[in-house]
Design a protein around this ligand. Structure first.
Ligand code: ADP
Ligand code: MG
Length: 336
């Protein structure tokens, strides 16, 4: 569905999403039982706001984040992902968490025609956006890495086993934060009156504001430096995930290279999209599809989201806002 065009302006928010009400002074005054904390996990800033939480829940959340990081990070030695990536063709046994993520990743890989590829690791390693030492790989390096991107060769067996041909590796960067958001949402549900979990682009809102209204989640204008030009979504108890070409990138010789890679070319996705927001009760699903949408471009992405029954909002490079059919009935949009 064709929508409005964003007003371009300068925006201070580096990343897309914040539960605006949760941080407004008015709301703070009205919610004496609100606690908020910030941590750094999964290479991103994590912000958790809890309403009516029992003592110790915040600490439990940070402990869980640490445990997931030790399990799922490719840069933590001995993590499940590290063991898979160092297995050189041997079968490894992983946790149920890791196996479940890989299993869902393969489903999304198939549904997106490989636009989402969990075996993208040999290519992401060449660009190396995570460690901040990014550089543009040579065409030869990419040509050597691309045959190793082959999700259909990732085997998941009984007893949580994982087998990859030697040389292949997995990268959960496009899906793991969603999985963790789901697990933390599960952990707080029933123990708080409401919560807003923000895993740097993956937002999960649990419950509603104390006045019964829905939380509001902001989506930034990808090409803007200031809050002007943002739009805000009013969402119920669900997850809102945005992937964008502005999250991690570098510019070389006037060309922008961002961290969402096209598994066919090995280069940053060159579609017409700058940002894709997907809404789903499963943050893991929303996460993987949002990444795939950037690769696919607006036309295929809208079709994909419609086929999957996933509400989505896409922002093109020219600032056009596109939504899946019926999006605004479910999720009103406020333009700023
Ligand atoms: P972020 O993690 O910054 O919120 P995404 O969810 O879109 O953004 O994930 C981007 C990350 O996913 C990259 O940093 C990389 O680790 C991985 N990735 C990049 N391209 C793909 C792809 N085509 N399929 C699956 N994962 C990808
Ligand atoms: Mg993602």
């Amino acid at each position: 569905m064709r929508g409005k065009r964003l007003r371009r302006g300068a925006c201070l928010m580096a990343i897309c999403l914040a539960a605006l009400c949760a941080f407004s002074p008015a709301c703070r005054a009205a919610s004496q039982d609100r606690v908020s904390g910030t941590g750094y996990f999964f290479d991103t800033v994590v912000t958790v706001t809890l309403y009516g939480a029992p003592e110790g829940l915040m600490d439990e959340i940070w402990a869980a984040c640490g445990a997931y990081e030790r399990l799922l990070s490719k840069t933590v030695s001995g993590s499940d992902v590290d063991r898979i990536n160092q297995a050189h063709g041997e079968t490894v046994t992983v946790s149920a968490d890791t196996w479940d993520i890989l299993s869902r990743a393969l489903e999304v890989s198939r549904a997106t025609g490989g636009a989402f590829s969990v075996t993208i690791a040999p290519v992401t390693a060449l660009w190396d956006f995570t460690r901040g030492t990014h550089r543009k790989p040579s065409a030869d390096e990419l040509a050597a890495a691309l045959p190793l991107v082959a999700d259909d060769r990732l085997q998941l067996g009984e007893g949580y086993t994982v087998t990859l041909p030697d040389g292949m590796q997995v990268d959960l960067g496009g899906i793991a934060k969603g999985y963790i958001a789901d697990r933390i949402a599960e952990k707080v549900r029933g123990r708080v009156t409401a919560a807003v979990l923000n895993f740097g682009g993956n937002v999960y809102t649990v419950g509603r504001k104390s006045d019964g209204s829905a939380f509001r989640v902001a989506v930034r204008d990808p090409q803007s430096e200031a809050e002007e030009g943002m739009l805000v979504l009013s969402v119920g108890d669900t997850s809102v995930v945005t992937s964008g070409t502005y999250e991690r990138f570098f510019i070389e010789d006037g060309v922008k290279y961002h961290h969402i890679l096209d598994p066919v070319t090995g280069y940053p996705a060159a579609s017409d999209l700058d940002s894709a927001t997907v809404i789903c009760e499963s943050s893991m699903t929303a996460d993987a599809y949002a990444t795939a949408c950037i690769v696919l471009g607006s036309e295929k992405a809208l079709q994909l989201l419609e086929d999957q029954g996933l509400p989505g909002l896409l922002i093109t490079k020219s600032g056009e806002v596109l939504t899946t059919a019926g999006f605004e009935d479910m999720c009103p949009i406020y333009y700023y």
